[in-house]
Design a protein around this ligand. Structure first.
Ligand code: ATP
Ligand code: MG
Length: 557
C-alpha cells in the first residue's frame, strides 16, 4: 500500500476559512483537552494532530488544557505522561498550558449569575426522581416541584451546598431550559453536584463540582477558544453549549465572539481497542506488560515500538476528518509509518534465523571488508564496512535442498549474490542424523565482488544478506503480531477472548558488530526484515533489544 497525497481540505477547514473570511474571529485558537485519567492513545493522536495542525496552518494557537474537573479519577502521573506524549508528537503549546480546575472560582461565580437571572435553580429531588422525571426520547420530562423556587432561595441553598452543609445527592444545581425539549440535553441539565471529594489540584477547597457539560464551554470561552473541536457524541450537547455561552455573554460573564463547537468522527482502527476501560483491563489482567507494552495502542507504547511522530502526522492528514464513524484499516497506519521510516532509517543487516554458510575455497585465515550503503537513495549517508570471512551467517530460509519453482536463492548448483559481496555457487549442505541442516557449503568467485570491475559479468537472480560469523554480535529481537486476531475485537464475545496468543515473539539473532553499541530509540531498517528500534526500557549497554516496528511490506491480512 502506498500513501497518496493528503487531502487538502475538509469540512472543518472549510468552516474555519469561512469564519476567518467573515471576520468572525481574527485569529483561530483551538485546544486539546485531555482528562488526566489515563494514557493517550492513537485516537487522541488524531485529535492532537487535528487541533495543533489547524492552529499551525491558520497562524493560530493551540492550548493544552487538562480537563480535570472530576475530582475522583485524576492523577498527576497522567498529567506528566500526557505532556510528554504531546511533546513527542512534536507539538508546542508555548505558554498555553491550562488546568480546567483553575477556573472553579469563575464557574462558581457564573453559576450564581445564572441563578440570579432565573436561568438556573436548585433541585432537591433525589437522583432517582430526577432520572425518572427527565422523560424519554418519546415522552417529555416533568417539571421538578422545585423548579419555581425563587432565585433568592436557590442562591442561598447553592451557597450552603458550597459551604458543605449537605450530603451528596441532597441537591443539585440545574439549568432552567425546557423539560419538554426533544433534545434530552436541554431538559434542565445538571450543572453542579455535591461531592465531598479531594481534588488533585484544588485539594479540599471545594465540595461541589461542575458537570463536564457546564465546565467545558466555560473553559473554552475563558481561554478565547474559537473552534472547540470534539468527537461526534457531543453533537447533541451543542445546543446546550450555545445556550450556556450566549446567556453568560449576555450576563457579562464571558466575552464575544464565542467559541463554536464542531464535531468530527472519532478514530476507530481495525484490530485495536481504544476504550480506556478496555486498555485498563489489558494492563491489569496482565495480558500485556504495561501501558508501554509495544503492542498497546498508547502513545507511550508507540514510542517504544519505534513508530515515528511524523508517521502519526501523515496518518492524521491521510485519514482526514469525517462526520460519520468508520473503521480505518490498521494497514493504513502502518503504510504511513513505513513511508516515514523509510526516509529516516539507516540500513543494517540482521540474521534472524541463522544458518552457517561455509565458503570452501575462501582461505581460513583471510578476511576482508565489503562496502554497504547506509541508505540506497541517500548517497550522502555514506557507506559502512561489513567484515567478510570464510564462515558467514545467512537466513535458514535462504537455503532449500528441493526448492519450489521460482525459488532463486541457495540450492545445490545455484548461484546467488551475497549482497554487497561475492557471487557464490551452492555446493550442498551438511546435515545431522535427523536430517536437520547444520551448514551450507559454497564456493565463491574471486572476481565477482560488488563494486569491482567485472562483477557485473555475473548474472544471478538471487541476492541474499549475510553476516560474518566471526564478528557478528548476538542481540535480542522482538517481533510483534496484532494484539487481537479479529478486526473488531469484542464484537462477538468478550474482547479478551479475541486476543492473539502469538502477538509477541522474542529470540536471539545476529546483527552487525557496531549494532552492539546502538543507543535507545535508534531506528534501523534491517534489510528484508523491516524497521526496528532499540527498546528504551529493556536494552542495557552493549546488549540492545530490537523491537520490530513494522515489516517492510504489508504482511497482515
Ligand atoms: P473519556 O471517556 O474518559 O472521556 P476520552 O477518550 O474521551 O475518554 P479525553 O481525555 O476526554 O478521553 O479525550 C481528550 C480529547 O481526545 C477529546 O477532545 C476527545 O474528543 C479526543 N478523543 C478521544 N478519543 C478519540 C478518538 N478515538 N478519536 C479522536 N479523538 C479522540
Ligand atoms: Mg472525554
Amino acid at each position: 500500500m502506498t500513501v497518496s497525497k493528503p487531502p487538502v481540505s475538509n469540512f472543518i477547514r472549510s468552516e474555519i476559512e469561512a469564519d476567518l473570511a467573515a471576520g468572525r474571529y481574527a485569529r483561530i485558537r483551538t485546544r486539546f483537552p485531555p482528562e488526566p485519567n489515563g494514557y493517550l492513545h492513537f485516537g487522541h493522536a488524531k485529535s492532537i494532530c487535528l487541533n495543533f495542525g489547524l492552529a499551525r496552518d491558520y497562524g493560530g494557537v493551540c492550548h493544552l488544557r487538562f480537563d480535570d474537573t472530576n475530582p475522583e479519577k485524576e492523577e498527576q502521573e497522567y498529567v506528566e505522561a500526557i505532556i510528554e506524549a504531546v511533546r513527542w508528537l512534536g507539538f508546542d503549546w508555548g505558554p498555553h498550558l491550562y488546568y480546567a480546575s483553575n477556573y472553579f472560582p469563575q464557574m462558581y461565580a457564573f453559576a450564581e449569575k445564572l441563578i440570579e437571572a432565573g436561568l438556573a435553580y436548585i433541585d432537591s429531588q433525589s437522583p432517582e426522581e430526577i432520572r425518572i422525571n427527565r422523560g424519554t426520547l418519546t415522552e417529555p420530562g416533568k417539571n421538578s416541584p422545585y423548579r419555581e423556587r425563587t432565585p433568592q432561595e436557590s442562591l442561598e441553598l447553592f451557597r450552603r451546598m458550597r459551604a458543605g452543609e449537605f450530603p451528596e445527592g441532597a441537591h443539585v444545581l440545574r439549568a432552567k431550559i425546557d423539560m419538554a425539549s426533544p433534545n434530552l440535553n436541554l431538559r434542565d441539565p445538571v450543572l453542579y453536584r455535591i461531592k465531598h471529594a479531594r481534588h488533585h489540584n484544588t485539594g479540599d477547597a471545594w465540595c461541589i463540582y461542575p458537570m463536564y457539560t457546564y465546565a467545558h464551554p466555560i473553559e473554552d470561552a475563558l481561554e478565547g477558544i474559537t473552534h472547540s473541536i470534539c468527537t461526534l457524541e457531543f453533537e447533541d450537547q451543542r445546543p446546550f453549549y450555545d445556550w450556556l455561552l450566549e446567556n453568560l455573554a449576555d450576563l457579562g460573564c464571558v466575552t464575544r465572539p464565542l467559541p463554536r463547537q464542531i464535531e468530527f468522527a472519532r478514530l476507530n482502527l481495525s484490530h485495536v481497542v481504544l476504550s480506556k476501560r478496555k486498555l485498563i483491563q489489558l494492563v491489569e489482567g496482565g495480558h500485556v506488560s504495561g501501558w508501554d507494552d509495544p503492542r498497546m495502542p498508547t502513545l507511550l507504547a508507540a514510542r517504544r515500538r519505534g513508530y515515528a511522530p511524523e508517521g502519526f502526522h501523515r496518518f492524521a492528514e491521510m485519514i482526514g476528518v469525517a462526520k460519520a464513524d468508520a473503521v480505518i484499516d490498521y494497514g493504513v497506519f502502518e503504510a504511513c509509518q513505513r513511508d516515514v521510516l523509510n526516509e529516516i532509517s539507516p540500513r543494517r543487516i540482521a540474521v534472524l534465523d541463522p544458518l552457517r554458510l561455509i565458503i570452501d575455497n575462501y582461505p581460513e585465515a583471510a578476511h576482508e571488508e565489503c562496502l554497504a550503503p547506509n541508505h540506497p537513495q541517500k548517497p550522502d549517508w555514506g557507506k559502512r564496512r561489513l567484515p567478510f570471512s570464510r564462515e558467514l551467517w545467512i537466513e535458514r530460509e535462504d537455503y532449500q535442498e528441493n526448492p519450489p519453482a521460482g525459488y532463486f536463492r541457495l540450492f545445490p548448483g545455484n548461484r546467488v549474490r551475497l549482497r554487497y559481496g561475492y557471487v557464490i555457487e551452492c555446493l550442498g549442505a551438511e546435515k545431522d542424523e535427523k536430517g536437520r541442516i547444520l551448514a551450507v557449503h559454497a564456493r565463491y568467485f574471486p572476481d565477482s565482488k560488488s563494486g569491482t570491475p567485472g562483477a557485473d559479468a555475473y548474472k544471478v537472480k538471487g541476492n541474499i544478506h549475510w553476516l560474518c560469523a566471526r564478528s557478528a554480535q548476538r542481540a535480542t529481537v522482538r517481533l510483534f503480531d496484532r494484539l487481537f486476531s479479529v478486526p473488531n475485537p469484542g464484537a462477538e464475545r468478550d474482547f479478551l477472548l479475541d486476543l492473539n496468543p502469538q502477538s509477541l515473539t522474542s529470540f536471539s539473532a545476529f546483527v552487525e558488530p557496531e549494532l552492539a553499541a546502538a543507543q535507545a530509540e535508534q531506528r534501523f531498517q534491517f534489510e528484508r526484515h523491516g524497521y526496528f528500534v532499540v527498546d528504551a526500557k529493556d536494552s542495557t549497554p552493549g546488549a540492545p533489544v530490537f523491537n520490530r516496528t513494522v515489516t517492510l511490506k504489508e504482511s497482515w491480512k
